[in-house]
Design a protein around this ligand. Structure first.
Ligand code: SF4
Ligand code: SF4
Length: 439
């Protein structure tokens, strides 16, 4: 069954493009940790091809190696043959998902999360409201005091300790509308992609994103019908649902007729950028999907074009930067965040050793592969501590939570804070808020 599903889903031509040079291996975190060929990009591609060629039956070890992959795509930029490994692993996971029988409770949790929660933004805000009540009402304090959390796995306890204050309102409620005018002369009309989790757990970052864009001369359109980008779905083998969400987003932003579609989360941005591939075989949507993908930009790309750092406030602190894998390897955005950070007056920018290596967050990887994720985080925090930075900057919510967890575990709280790049730029932006929030 898995064999047939793989034969159906895998792009055989792309598999055959791998020339087995091994240039990808030093870039691969799971290969570097284990030293196993099967845990490397070249090894995984060879396994996929062996199954597609019918010389190997896919077994549990095959599935385990595919699941151990972080999906960080660090193997792509170093590949001389341009093998789109990210697409191959997603196709493989889709086949695995189609063929495998989960226990009933796993099926129930997946169905609830992927079909009944993430795609429905109103439900995400309702969940945010419940979480906010838990955090603010004293229940959280009582639960922690009574040791109730000890029944949870370690990773979930650690996540609970660093989860930010949730919001029950999205940015549309906050700004009281879906169009926020440019301050001064309008240079671009941009669509703001607010994300499903971002707008609940990092609502302030979304508000700061709108504010920075508006102050930089962008008219910001928060397309009201937008939904979750579908990245978690695609990475977990639910590509059909990812396509469904992609069509909704393409329609929402096409209607808004924007110059750019701006994301402030590397994981979402890389997914949005690939809607043209995702919908390539959909004759009705392929053209609009290409229109959409050609307009996707990370916030750092737009701000680099428009802002004037000389007007920023001085910040006499040491800053380092952990880049998001999907921003770097998927969106190919590397220079812009660094140049913005280096331009902050008074700040000392310190390069993070192996700052281009995955932190182990990778969507829900840190929950489902805790051992590998923990080992990658420990190594990361060793390099982070060596920078002696006051501020550790990231550009993706998953990385931000992982860095907060790392700071907590390494006992660096009080000495170092993890901050989203947008929030740091909002701190140094001198302009007073021209926007009128409702709360
Ligand atoms: S670098 Fe590219 S071509 Fe070389 S082994 Fe890795 S995936 Fe194959
Ligand atoms: S996506 Fe990351 S973990 Fe997976 S094979 Fe490529 S480099 Fe290795």
């Amino acid at each position: 069954m898995l064999k047939e599903a793989l034969e159906k889903k895998l792009d055989y031509d792309e598999l055959s493009n791998c020339m087995r040079c091994g240039f990808c291996q030093p870039a691969c975190p799971t290969f570097r940790e284990t030293g196993y060929e099967a845990a490397s990009p070249r090894g995984r591609i060879a396994l996929m091809k062996a199954v597609a060629d019918g010389v190997m039956e896919p077994d549990k070890d095959f599935v385990d190696q595919m699941n151990l992959c972080l999906g960080c795509r660090a193997c792509e930029p170093v590949c001389p043959a341009g093998v789109p490994y990210g697409q191959l692993i997603e196709q493989t996971r889709e086949a695995i998902e189609e063929a495998q029988e989960h226990p009933w409770w796993v099926k129930a949790v997946r169905r609830l999360a992927f079909f009944h929660l993430f795609p429905h933004q109103k439900r995400m805000y309702q969940l945010g409201g419940l979480l906010r009540f838990y955090q603010r009402s004293g229940v959280q304090k009582a639960v922690r005091k009574l040791g109730v959390l000890s029944i949870l796995p370690k990773q979930m306890r650690e996540m609970e300790a660093i989860i930010p204050e949730a919001s029950s309102k999205g940015i549309v409620d906050y700004f009281g509308g879906t169009v926020i005018p440019a301050v001064g002369e309008r240079k671009y009309r941009v669509g703001m992609f607010h994300g499903c989790i971002m707008d609940v757990l990092f609502n302030e970052t979304n508000r700061n994103t709108v504010r920075l864009l508006s102050e930089a001369g962008c008219e910001v359109i928060i397309a009201p019908d937008q939904v979750c980008c579908g990245a978690l779905h695609a990475h977990s083998g639910e590509r059909e649902q990812a396509r469904h969400l992609a069509r909704k987003n393409v329609a929402a932003f096409h209607k808004a007729d924007v110059d750019f579609i701006v994301s402030n989360a590397g994981g979402c941005g890389a997914m949005l950028l690939e809607y043209d591939h995702l919908l390539a075989k959909d004759a009705l949507w392929q053209e609009k999907a290409q229109w959409f993908a050609s307009r996707v930009k990370d916030i750092s790309e737009v701000l680099t074009r428009l802002v004037e750092p000389k007007e920023w406030q001085s910040l006499s602190q040491r800053i380092t930067y952990q880049s998001s894998c999907h921003l770097r390897n998927g969106m190919k955005v590397t220079k812009e965040p660094v140049s913005l950070l280096q331009a902050i007056p008074g700040a000392t920018y310190v390069q993070l050793r192996e700052g281009d290596r995955c932190c182990g967050s990778a969507g829900i990887y840190n929950l489902v592969q805790p051992e590998m994720a923990g080992s990658l985080l420990d190594e990361k925090m060793g390099h982070v501590a060596a920078t002696q930075a006051d501020i550790l900057v990231t550009s993706n919510p998953g990385c931000l939570l992982q860095m907060k967890a790392g700071i907590h575990q390494a006992g660096l709280e009080g000495k170092m804070e993890a901050v989203h790049i947008v929030d740091l730029l909002a701190r140094v932006q001198q302009e007073e808020k021209p926007l009128s929030p409702l709360e």
